[in-house]
Design a protein around this ligand. Sequence first.
Ligand code: AKG
Ligand code: FE2
Length: 182
Amino acid sequence: MKLLEHMGKALGMDPNDMRVLFEEGLQAMRMNYYPPCPQPEVAIGLSAHSDPVGLTILLQINEMEGLQVKKSGVWVPIRPLENAFVVNIGDIMEIVSNAVYPSVEHRATVNSVKERLSIVTVYSPRLDGDLGPAPSLLSPQTPPLFKRIGVADYFKGLYTRELRGKSYVDDLRIQPHETNTN
Ligand SMILES: O=C(O)CCC(=O)C(=O)O
Ligand SMILES: [Fe+2]
């Protein structure tokens, strides 16, 4: 919550906009195990995706490289640093910040030498909340770029589709022909 509050402050958001959504939010944890793979060049540990949450904090536990983020269309390896967390922006933060903080597309590769482990904790809004660009960031000059959707409906929509890059957040984007000029 502290991290989110600071990010909201940096954006010039009304602190309440962040609180209303994320206070009493959902926190989940998962551990990923990638066994060594004899043919890593034809396999993938976790296919390209952006995390559908607010923020992700990730620890590459046994210091095996594998996480890659897409930067300007190129996959860049994230070298594990001892005792350092990786903080990834999720799709919900992209929506709330009205695309000021875009979510990061990433994937995990495997290798033939050793298994790889990562622990991930994700933070999301409360399920009974309502998700959309923070009202305090909107003005006639900065109109909303995403549709509003209930948090529960957002997750329902998410789990009925496949993991494919940033396709879900792209579907929630308001298209130019949908812009309401009233
Ligand atoms: O194992 C990794 O480094 C990436 C894991 C990940 O992206 C995820 O669990 O969402
Ligand atoms: Fe991820």
